[in-house]
Design a protein around this ligand. Structure first.
Ligand SMILES: *[C@@H]1O[C@H](CO)[C@@H](O)[C@H](O)[C@H]1NC(C)=O
Ligand SMILES: *[C@@H]1O[C@H](CO)[C@@H](O)[C@H](O)[C@H]1NC(C)=O
Length: 373
């Protein structure tokens, strides 16, 4: 059985709420260099408009304005512009926003806001190379980090999907099977174990957080339900997802718990917010680099990853506004500077707008390949 590698393209992205102090997802006053952040984002937005206007067909500017820059909106309202072109512009915009954040809000690089900023980039990228992304995923329980490590969820999910392909193509396993039915069952088991691991990546990484805030519904509606997750029980019992099918390997997401349709984990009830603590000096020094893209593209051709060099500003700024009381989802409390953090501005809802990309494209593969479940 050959499974095409799924292309991860997210179609849903919450537009950052716009208010006077809000810059992207950030409350700019909690950044080391609020003015710098605002002007950086402004330049990036201008560049994005120019990109659309110059490359993506006539009328781009009006459409982009009326849609507030949302690619999915523009694609629905003005399909003539070309989704690939707009995605390319949006990808550049998102990448540059990561630069802005790293330069002017370096004290927040573990926050929910930062993680959402990176997720936006991942969601508009085709075949993103996560290993080049700065502070991705963030370390667990870092000071001022998001109570739910959404970067880790994203990272695990990308490994699980790779493993889904690997498992389905594993000739060592397939050659041991002689009956056609056995081969079919093996293929279904590879999928069921992947679905089960995806559930674990959400529920077990952030057990306290409401799964609906972590794209659980998107996964169910676009992948698990069309993929007949509800019929997975017998396959999960008959096959060893962890060992034989490889899903517990670290490079396959390192999943330990395999939930089945009849034994689902309990839902968390909280929103996510930043835990106490703050970063008092730039995590990777005054200059850091990151790359996106890969050295080979999906067709095997050589490509050059784009190198971003970011110089942090206002290095001496000390921002102790952690606006955070929540304890981390992984159970332990933040250490280090956490105790002395002053939560001077507690803003309700800050950092609660988690958006994990939804992987609608996979649904198409699943629906096409496994309609005969
Ligand atoms: C738990 O969350 C999932 C995902 O949002 C939802 O589909 C399900 O109905 C919830 N279960 C309960 C018992 O609330
Ligand atoms: C195929 O499965 C076998 C047995 O589980 C495992 O040892 C091997 O590493 C797998 N091969 C690949 C390429 O994943």
């Amino acid at each position: 059985m050959i499974l095409l590698a799924p292309t991860l393209v997210a179609l849903v992205g919450l537009l950052p709420f716009v208010s006077c102090e809000k810059v992207g997802y950030f409350e700019s006053t909690s950044c080391a260099d609020p003015k710098g952040l605002a002007s950086c984002y402004k330049l990036v937005d201008e560049r994005y408009s120019t990109c659309i206007n110059e490359n993506c067909g006539g009328g781009g500017e009006a459409c982009s304005k009326s849609c507030g820059g949302s690619v999915s909106c523009m694609n629905a309202k003005c399909p003539g512009l070309g989704i690939d072109c707009m995605n390319a512009c949006a990808g550049e915009q998102s990448a540059l926003q990561i630069d802005c954040a790293g330069a002017h809000c370096w004290n927040q690089v573990y926050s929910c806001e930062y993680q959402n900023t990176v997720l936006d980039f991942i969601s508009v990228s085709t075949n993103p190379n996560r290993d080049g992304l700065p502070y991705w995923p963030v370390p667990d329980d870092a000071p001022g980090s998001c109570s739910c490590n959404i970067g880790k969820i994203d990272y695990k999910q990308s490994l699980i999907l790779d493993q889904m392909t690997e498992c389905s193509n594993n000739m060592t396993n397939i050659e041991k099977l002689t009956e056609v039915d056995d081969i079919n069952d093996y293929g279904k088991a590879c999928l069921c174990c992947a679905y089960s691991s995806i559930i674990s990546s959400i529920w077990d990484t952030c057990p306290g957080t409401k799964p609906s805030l972590l794209s659980a519904d998107e996964w169910f509606n676009s992948v698990l339900i069309p993929g007949d997750w509800d019929k997975c029980g017998p396959y999960l019992e008959a096959f060893d997802c962890a060992g034989d099918l490889g899903y517990d390997r670290a490079d396959a997401g390192g999943n330990k718990k395999f939930w089945s349709p009849t034994s689902m984990p309990t839902n968390g009830t909280k929103t996510a917010s930043n835990i106490a603590g703050y970063i008092s000096s730039p995590v990777s020094g005054n200059t850091f680099t990151w790359t996106f893209g890969r050295t080979t593209n999906p067709l095997g051709q050589t490509t050059s990853p784009v190198l971003h060099t970011v110089t942090v500003s206002s290095v001496k700024a000390v921002v102790t506004d952690s606006k955070a009381q929540a304890t981390s989802d992984s159970g332990s409390t933040a250490t280090g500077t956490a105790a002395s953090a002053t939560a001077s501005e507690t803003k309700p809802g800050a950092g609660s707008s988690i958006t994990v990309p939804s992987w609608t494209i996979i649904a198409i593969f699943v629906a096409v390949l496994f309609s005969g479940f």
